[in-house]
Design a protein around this ligand. Structure first.
Ligand code: TYM
Length: 334
């Protein structure tokens, strides 16, 4: 059976970009057709300046939202990365296979390191090794597929390279994974700056729709979205990034095709109004279920406990095999 692995980083409140680019498929498709494993990757949230209490709060919220979007612990495994030691164990081994150059080349590293430096902060070493930890997340589970948004493409590519290199040097140990992306909304853009990705780690802004935004807040953000000069509704990423972003969001939320939808609108106003309502309807059940789950934190904790146990059982044999293959003595376990 196909194994699917994906994760979400608790560095901010989850956004419509996270949902349309990745999470929605996990719930609607992946958990029903594959042996699926989904993870709140909290270790990754420590790679930039962070407040410990906030990371804990956001990790709990992200886990609750994974269940609120419809992940069913009977159909898939949901857990928190730091509860399973195998991720960090394998990450070190992969650091011994990756090169300094290939991690420094990662676009997200270059952007985030520059941002930290602009703020006068220092760049954590873990920010550089982050994609290696991400490769460990994926390879530990023998994942065939990694359903992610478009921005994660280079990271999954690195995981592939490391798997191939490790297998060639030390013998076949890892499945070589591949990224999968949604047909539309693989890169949802910021509503106020349609040249930049809608990112949860960015400062709070009117251009970011959060999964837990109230309907009126969603409407306001969508209606105030920056559109382009010109008046006709055209699907063109380069020339009309603002309108194209709205068309992608509308298509993803209503099930249509963004190019055909463009032909159905004569004004930006009507497009914004329909997009806002479509987003409100997609997020409504998520918000409602999240509220329900918050009233029962013991349930969420139980799911995470069981999920971590299952995840450990899946990851340990592969990570043990990697230990041996690379030249370490097997540990004698009590
Ligand atoms: P993260 O937490 O930034 O995002 C989680 C998922 O949401 C997708 N995404 C988007 N998709 C479309 N439009 C957007 N604006 C948008 N913003 C985010 C991301 O592509 C991702 O699929 N490094 C990862 C977390 C990670 C991971 C893993 C993922 C760690 N280990 C192993 C898969 C497998 C990240 O920062 O995702």
């Amino acid at each position: 059976m196909t194994r699917v692995f994906s994760g979400i980083k608790p560095t901010g409140h989850l956004t419509l970009g996270n949902y349309l680019g990745a999470m929605r498929r996990w719930a609607a498709v992946d958990q029903h057709r594959a042996d699926s494993v989904f993870c709140v990757v909290d270790l990754h949230a420590l790679t930039v300046d962070h407040d410990p209490a906030r990371v804990r709060r956001l990790s709990r919220q992200a886990a609750t939202l994974l269940l609120a979007i419809g992940l069913d612990p009977k159909s898939c495994t949901v857990f928190v990365q730091s509860h399973v030691d195998e991720h960090a164990r394998l990450s070190y081994l992969l650091e011994c296979v990756a090169t300094d150059g290939e991690t420094r080349r990662m676009i997200q590293y270059r952007e985030k390191a520059a941002r930290e430096q602009r703020r006068g902060g220092s760049v954590r070493l873990s920010l550089l090794t982050y994609p290696v930890l991400m490769a460990a997340d994926i390879l530990a589970y023998g994942a065939d597929e990694v359903p992610v948004g478009d921005d994660q493409r280079p990271h999954v590519e690195l995981a592939r390279d490391l798997a191939v290199r490790f297998n060639q040097r030390y013998g076949h140990t890892f499945v070589v994974p591949r990224a999968t992306h949604p047909a539309v909304a693989a890169r949802v853009m910021n509503l106020q700056d349609p040249m930049s990705k809608m990112g949860k780690s960015d400062d709070v802004g009117p251009g970011i729709v959060y999964l837990l935004d109230e309907p009126d807040v969603v409407r306001k953000k969508v209606v105030r979205a920056v559109t382009d000069s010109g008046r006709d509704v055209v699907y063109d990423r380069e020339a009309r990034p603002g309108v194209t972003n709205l068309l992608e969001i509308l298509a993803a939320c209503s099930g249509g095709d963004p190019k055909s939808l463009a032909g159905a609108y004569e004004s930006y106003g009507a497009l914004k109004k329909d997009t806002a309502e479509a987003v409100v309807e997609v997020l409504r059940p998520v918000r409602e279920k999240h509220k329900e789950l918050c009233a029962d934190p013991g349930y969420v904790e139980g799911v995470l406990r069981e999920g971590a146990e299952r995840a450990r059982g899946m990851a340990r044999p592969t990570v043990d095999a990697a230990h041996q293959a690379i030249g370490l003595l097997p540990a004698v376990r009590a």
